[in-house]
Design a protein around this ligand. Structure first.
Ligand code: SF4
Length: 498
């Protein structure tokens, strides 16, 4: 962040950026503290291009104009009616009682619509990381660190995934200056798809990036589990029946045993006298067979026999065949009982190989998902309407559609406009920051023109889409995630001069 001197120490054409509370003085040819704004020939300009999304491309229509449309093709790759104005590169107005940078009118299926776009400055924001792995990353509530600074914590695990909650106003503003800076940097990198390293107190060291497999303690995660141990027994019981006498699916959460499980009972699997560590939940389902870790099925074991107790001689028999397998099928071992009822490891019989491969085949690729979560309930709304609560009400009543960089968002129930968006559905580098510190994220509100007027919108600042589209300065094309409703394979960017 540059020093802010009295204006008289700067050359004449130094300008002051008023797009955020930092209020940088920017000399000619230089950028402000966030690198988003620059002094270009004495004019304040938004450095990144303003992204317009071409909806025609997302709906699978031809990318190249032809037939009757070819004649009036003017060289641009989008037509205004097919274009959605995102907030990426649109800039910010501060303080927010000023209208948002772009309030654009367009016609959709004969209905006059308005889209209000702004790059919101979010002090109240964070990311939720879903990391598809069974491996134990660290105890719930333990701190997650980046560059040694606390940036979040481990939160409730989900089915086949470990969850981290990063950022939030307490890490951004409530700790040391360094904690706030590193938290902001971490959120920015994750939201913009970069890979970074995180460490968890009393836990693992991980490398994560949106849409990529996580790396846990240096090991790239290939698959997420097919299900918990009990579910795996249910799924594959029929395929094991007759080929093996008992199966244990090792899982840190619920380890399953075929002969005791309801699936085994229904098939008529004989009792085997198997006994296992841990706490029995229901027949064939055991909790806490070992400690959490990065070994078999998210436990800390590398030798599966350590979770077995001696077989009960009343039921077991020499030659009893036992398969032990993890929930991803990555680890497996086959045993037969000797005369003293001790399990002896043998090669996996061919007829069981298919079932182990089937477990692996049913495991989906392990990925890291990054959801940005931010609250637009504050003054940002005043850039949309003079009566901010009306915007909230309109969003709650689904009269106003909220998107982030053209991607769909989930709006939390209750007060304010607190939303979540999958960053991998947004165009690249959609996020920025300001050194307050806070994250800058695109947000768009689209509603009927009549509804916009009714909620006290800044109607005198509405500009036709065609007018925005004609501003070709610094326009270029980029490719973005094709799955978003408003994010096509091709986008056109227009200059973002303020
Ligand atoms: S940090 Fe960026 S947005 Fe804020 S005043 Fe400086 S240049 Fe402008």
């Amino acid at each position: 962040m540059p020093d802010v001197f009295p204006p008289d120490v700067f050359p004449k054409d130094t300008i002051r950026c008023d797009a955020c509370p930092v209020l940088c003085y920017i000399k000619r040819g230089q950028t402000g503290a966030c690198d988003r704004y620059a002094n270009f020939d004495g004019q304040l300009v938004r450095v990144d291009p303003h992204v317009l999304l071409d909806q025609a491309k997302s709906s699978g229509q031809p990318l190249v104009p032809f037939l009757e449309r070819e004649a009036d093709w003017d060289g641009t790759l989008v037509k205004s009616k097919e274009t959605f104005v995102t907030a990426i590169g649109a800039g910010t107005t501060y303080p927010d009682y000023k209208p948002a940078p772009f309030i654009v009118s367009s016609e959709v299926d004969g209905v006059d619509m308005v889209t209000v776009v702004t790059e919101g400055i979010f002090s109240y924001c964070g990311v939720k990381l879903k990391i598809d792995t069974d491996r134990h990353l660290g105890p719930e509530r333990n701190l997650v660190r980046a560059q040694g600074e606390p940036v979040g914590h481990v939160t409730t695990a989900e089915y086949g995934s470990q969850m981290l909650s990063l950022g939030g106003v307490h890490h951004l503003t409530g700790g040391t200056k360094s904690e706030g800076r590193v938290t902001c940097e971490t959120l920015l990198d994750l939201c913009n798809g970069k890979e970074l390293e995180l460490t968890i107190d009393e836990g693992a060291s991980i490398r994560v990036a949106a849409g990529k497999p996580p790396v846990v303690n240096g090991q790239r995660e290939e698959r997420m589990r097919v299900g918990c141990g009990s579910a795996t027994i249910g799924m594959f019981a029929k395929q094991w029946f007759g080929k093996v006498d008992d199966v244990v699916v090792v899982d840190d959460h619920i380890t399953g045993i075929l002969s005791e499980h309801q699936a085994g009972k229904l098939l008529g699997v004989r009792e085997t006298g198997i006994a296992i560590q841990g706490r029995r939940s229901t027949p064939g389902r055991y909790f806490q067979v070992a400690n959490p870790g990065t070994g078999w099925g998210g436990t800390d074991i590398s030798d599966p026999l350590t979770i077995l107790k001696p077989f009960k001689s009343k039921f077991a028999w020499p030659g009893l065949r036992l398969l032990m397998v993890s929930t991803t099928g990555e680890q497996y071992a086959y045993f037969e009982l000797d005369e003293t009822l001790r399990p002896i490891e043998k090669n996996l019989p061919r007829e069981l190989q298919t079932s182990v491969e089937r477990i692996r085949e049913n495991c989906e690729p392990a990925l890291t998902t990054v959801l940005f979560m931010g609250g637009a309930g504050g003054s940002l709304r005043a850039g949309v309407t003079e009566n901010p609560v009306k915007l909230t009400n309109s969003v709650k009543r689904s009269l106003t559609r909220v998107t982030s960089g053209g991607a769909p968002v989930y709006i939390w129930p209750g007060g304010g406009i607190t939303f979540m968006v999958d960053v991998s559905r947004m165009p690249e580098n959609a996020f920025g920051y300001v050194p307050t510190p806070a994250l800058v994220a695109p947000i768009e509100f689209t509603l009927k023109a009549s509804d916009y007027a009714a909620l006290g919108g800044h109607t005198d600042h509405v500009r036709p889409l065609e007018e925005v589209f004609r501003e070709k300065e610094r326009r270029r094309q980029i490719t973005s995630a094709p799955q978003s409703p408003n994010s096509p394979k091709t986008q056109t960017n227009s200059g973002g001069r303020e």
